[in-house]
Design a protein around this ligand. Structure first.
Ligand code: ZN
Length: 228
């Protein structure tokens, strides 16, 4: 385990499996942790309430920011109730759950928010391994944006992506190592249909989450150990 960093960190926090794991990852490493939750016109406002509750329980500073203009910029299945979600990524295209610019806006707003509070570490739960076809979850995008934010604000932000190269199974293992497996399993909301914990069981987010959990629990009971 790394020693606690004396600096502060801001976690981009949705209240889902990935960002909750990142929240506890940050708590283990930084003296002071902040969590910022975005409301962007997602169909399930339960997400914001769920995030508030988890942040309170984790005893971190929590705030929410309304950037719902992004739902007016494009049509996608996460913000438009008239579109049914793709069960999986269509061949040769992006899934209709992709919200163009989402991570660009999230991280840009987070950086300005962090700068105002003297925070230069920003943590996001994006993963290239399980990126569901979203280009703004890839490492190249994050590295490029990190340079852009630093250039644009004359700052030395460090974007941390603890989940970038691990899959859902390993993300469960990391949560377990951080001592929050049950909390992540029962308190978080990842489901596209807005159902907390194990979710609806049939949306793409539930499939990915369940498949990873089953694999992790099987490996754990077989005595497999994970190192991070
Ligand atoms: Zn679901």
């Amino acid at each position: 385990m790394q020693s606690v960093n004396k600096e502060k960190a801001l976690v981009v926090f949705s209240g889902g499996q990935d960002s909750t794991t990142c929240l506890y990852w940050a708590k283990q490493r930084f003296r002071e942790v902040w969590a910022l939750t975005f409301s962007y016109g997602q169909k399930h406002s339960a997400e914001v309430e769920c995030a508030r509750r988890i942040a309170h329980q984790a005893q971190v500073h929590w705030d929410t920011m309304d950037i719902s203009f992004i739902s007016q910029l494009s049509r996608n299945a996460l913000t438009d109730t008239t579109i049914n979600m793709d069960e999986r990524q269509p061949q040769g295209g992006l899934p209709n759950t992709f919200v163009p610019g989402r991570n660009l806006f999230f991280l840009s707003v987070a950086a300005v928010y962090a700068r105002e509070r003297g925070i230069n570490h920003i943590v996001t739960g994006v993963s290239q391994t399980d990126y569901s076809g979203y280009p703004d979850c890839r490492d190249a995008f994050i590295k490029s944006l990190n340079v852009t934010l630093n250039e644009g604000m004359e700052e030395q932000f460090i974007l941390h992506t603890p989940l970038m190269w691990i899959d859902k199974c390993e993300t469960w293992a990391l949560a377990d190592q951080l001592g929050v497996l049950d909390l992540v399993r029962h308190e978080t909301l990842t489901c596209y249909n807005g159902i907390q914990g194990d979710g609806c069981g049939h949306c793409p987010a539930c499939h990915l989450r369940r498949e990873g959990l089953d694999r992790y629990l099987a490996l754990k009971s077989a005595g497999h150990t994970f190192t991070f």
